[in-house]
Design a protein around this ligand. Sequence first.
Ligand code: DGY
Length: 343
Amino acid sequence: MADTASPRPLVAVSRGDLPGTAVAGLAAAAEVRSWPTDTPPTADELAALVASASGLLALGTDRIDAALLDAAGPQLRVVALASMGYDAVDLEAVAARGVVATHTPSVLAETTADLAFALILMARRRLRVAAETLHAGAWRTFRMGDLLGMDVHGARLGLLGFGQIGQAVARRARGFAMDVVHVDPARPDGGGLSRAVSMDELVATSDVVSVHVPLTPGTRGLVGRDFLAAMKPTATLVNTARGGVVDEDALLEALAAGTIHSAGLDVMEREPRSDPADRLFAESRLVVLPHVGSATEATRAAMVDLAARNVAEVLAGRPAPTPVPGTPAVPGTGSGLVAGATS
Ligand code: DGY
């Protein structure tokens, strides 16, 4: 008798050796084609990997555009990111093809908030310079005037964006007796953790401004010259969201001119950055980290597991657990973000 069982769908995975167990679990119901290493594939290599796939599990840094979706073919049903941010996804192209796009909210908010707080402490207390001084063998004696920073406790924290990560930072700020304010048109209620204020008030009165907005055309370059000029000269800027929200040239100018006290960045306009002569690394009042906000063993595994669950659910004909906000949880054209969009 002929075998009438439907062929197993193909799932492409854009990196090898991802943490967690769920990618291996996908093999129970699908054929899994993984990129062999943890070095990113080029656009052409990713296109070849995804050809004929019904699902793609990718990272937030993988560019998901019309060309890639077309290389996959019309059977593609889901693109699942192991990432909260989805700024590298062309959502119009995804919607036009009836593909479900998913991301990983919730699982990384607390871990990223921990990192935001680490940057606040590092920048305000000048911990980068303090550690460098010691490691360079340059600490000779205790002096009352050495390595003085700014207090964190009791300071005002201004959150640009009050989503999951902003709220998690606000919870930590309570333990530091900070006065927390936020700007987020979608969330006027601070739930007892924070008070909504105008952008002008937040910028002019905060001792720490922490960025928690996604990168969109509306937020690109939001923290630019005017914004930095309006901050207190004793204030600190921290960005754990996306590099493009902060104008790096304007930030370096502000730090050099003393317009603000200090800054901490976990994200940069261009990533990765490896030139030791990069002027971003030379500014002593700026602490820069290599995009490690969600980098704990448990959280990175949880991100991959949730992405794999999104793939598995959609391929099984069920709604995706965590679609990108404002986009459909089930495949099919006509229900997309931008009805009738072309790309
Ligand atoms: C995220 O989840 O958006 C992090 O930046 C990792 O991509």
